[in-house]
Write a protein that binds this ligand. Structure first.
Ligand code: NAP
Ligand code: MG
Length: 501
């Protein structure tokens, strides 16, 4: 399957590859696929068809304990944590290569499991995962420690040491990539990991664990436990022998992990949580078509199920009508379709529950603002959970649809009259994950970017992201950063060793 050229795939090719898939449906603990201790299983549903895709091991506290013990034993043995950096690098480089070789399978697993376009999974998610593993692998033998300037007679070394057992709990919107963002950096730093993927999308993480073993990651170093947040996720958060818990998901659950840490061993908790990211388009924007293209991408890509989705469009009133007209045309051209059809522009929502949530917000929006395009739930071939790209114009900045994170393809357009007003609306949010600014003025770009309270500000683009730059939030969008070398701050402890001579 690895020879298949993704850009030349037709729907029938993806369908036949999907039919040939062998889905891993057990937990991965200590280098082996195993059933849950309880013997329980749960169903994974393909939200594009409502069909049962797999029946997967439902892990709970007993399995968390098993996996943490395996992870701790592997860590203490030094088989990974004390491996020479060059060798650890070689293993993770092999993993990056194996991800590339298994691109078709991994892309299908995410697409079938949570409804995203298989083309996006194949061109964005899976290559991204390989790139992130490669990037952290390459960093392993290039990051040096420090010597403090204490003066003669004293040598104070500042070294970074792996923490031990890292728990990772991740959401369903980019299943492979969210698992990768945590695992690549945590493993590169020498930790063992126990990963709980989202109940909606555990399949690619299970395959990733198996590929990691094939690449040479020792048994017990990467464990994957499918299961529910309230059981497996909570048990990981409360486990006394987990040193660090890295979470991506909702703000409400992020706060629970802080409580779990306080109730147990005060493990470090790092949170990447929700957002309601503003996209500020000023009248001096040089290319309104580009701004419209990227504004549409910023809210409709991945069905709007993106933590940093540009869900608030703040537009200077003098260009509001023109920009909204351009956006309506783009929304019309991005109707949802079969995720396995490369011609489709948007996929299925992750679940019927998420579809209901989004439709509830759309119905609130209809009472609060002016619906200009979309607004309907649709079926494809009579099946599945799909929502039209939806835009509300003239939304009050305090309206529900302008303040709540919807996590769907719903854009709230809010007009403004001045730079001060735009910045004040943008910052009037409990969130601060990302923001975008469109202007041709260099000074204005810097001034506004500097005033926005967000972890990433993209100027004349949206959602700029790379392995080289940190990603994370201000305010209730969380703290701690994924990506870049800064991510190692979460997965290592600084040690001072002071030698008097
Ligand atoms: P979620 O409900 O918070 O779930 C995230 C993870 O937490 C899942 O693995 C979930 O397990 C687990 N979980 C749920 N309840 C738990 C509990 N009581 N104790 C322990 N773990 C628990 O979020 P979601 O609805 O899946 O994802 C959407 C949210 O993620 C949005 O708010 C979005 O903004 C955020 N997100 C943020 C980023 C970022 O980088 N900042 C990226 C992507 C998504 P189950 O699957 O079993 O519920
Ligand atoms: Mg599913």
């Amino acid at each position: 399957m690895s020879q298949f050229d993704v850009t030349e795939q037709r729907k029938a090719d993806w369908e036949s590859a999907a039919n040939a898939l062998q889905i891993r449906d057990k937990a991965y603990i200590d280098g082996k696929f195993v059933s849950a201790t309880s013997g329980k299983v749960f169903e994974c549903i393909n939200p594009a068809t409502d069909a049962v895709l797999a029946t997967v091991a439902e892990c709970d506290a007993a399995d968390v304990d098993r996996a943490v013990k395996a992870a701790r034993a592997a860590f203490e043995s030094g088989v990974w944590s004390a491996m020479a950096p060059m060798n650890r690098k070689a293993v993770l480089l092999r993993l990056a290569e194996l991800i590339r070789q298994n691109l078709v399978e991994l892309a299908l697993l995410d697409s079938l499991d949570m409804g995203k376009l298989v083309n996006d999974a194949a061109m964005v998610d899976v290559p991204g995962s390989a790139t992130f593993f490669q990037w952290y692998a390459e960093a392993i033998d290039k990051v040096y420690d420090e010597i403090a300037p204490t003066g003669p007679g004293d040598l104070a070394m500042i070294t970074r040491e792996p923490l031990g057992v890292v728990g990772a709990v991740v959401p369903w919107n980019f299943p492979l990539d969210m698992a990768t963002w945590k695992c690549a950096a945590a493993l590169a730093a020498g930790n063992s990991v126990v990963l709980k993927p989202a109940e909606q999308s555990p399949l690619s993480a299970l395959r990733l664990a198996e590929l990691a073993s094939e690449a040479g990651v020792p048994d017990g170093v990467l464990n994957v436990l499918p299961g529910y947040g309230e059981t497996a996720g909570q048990a990981l958060g409360l486990h006394p022998d987990v040193d660090c818990l890295a979470f991506t998901g909702s703000t409400a659950v992020g706060k629970l992990f802080q409580q779990y840490a306080g109730q147990s061993n005060m493990k470090q908790v790092w949170l990447e949580t929700g957002g309601k990211s503003p996209n500020l388009v000023f009248a001096d924007c040089a290319d309104l078509d580009a701004a419209a293209d990227m504004a549409a991408f910023g809210i409709f890509f991945n069905q709007g199920e993106v933590c940093s989705a540009n869900s608030r469009l703040l537009v200077e009133r003098s260009i509001q009508a023109e920009l909204v007209e351009k956006l309506i045309a783009r929304a019309d051209a991005m109707q949802p379709g079969d995720p396995l059809d490369p011609e489709s522009k948007m996929g299925a929502m992750v679940s019927s529950e998420q579809t209901k949530t989004v439709m509830r917000y759309i119905n609130i929006g209809k009472t609060e603002a002016n619906l200009v395009v979309g607004g309907e739930q649709v079926k494809i071939d009579g099946r599945g959970n799909f929502v039209q790209p939806t835009i509300f114009d003239n939304v009050d900045a305090n309206a529900t649809i302008a303040t709540d994170e919807i996590f769907g393809p719903v854009l709230a357009v809010v007009p403004f009259d001045s730079e001060d007003e735009a910045v004040s609306i943008a910052n009037d949010s409990v969130y601060g994950l990302a923001a975008s600014v469109w202007t041709d003025g260099l000074s204005k770009a810097h001034r506004v970017a500097g005033r926005l309270r967000a972890g990433t500000v993209s100027v004349n683009t949206v959602d700029a992201l790379s392995p080289m730059t940190p990603f994370g939030g201000f305010k209730q969008s969380g703290f701690g950063r994924d990506l870049s070398l800064h991510s190692f701050d979460k997965y290592t402890a600084l040690k001072t060793t002071w030698i008097k001579y």
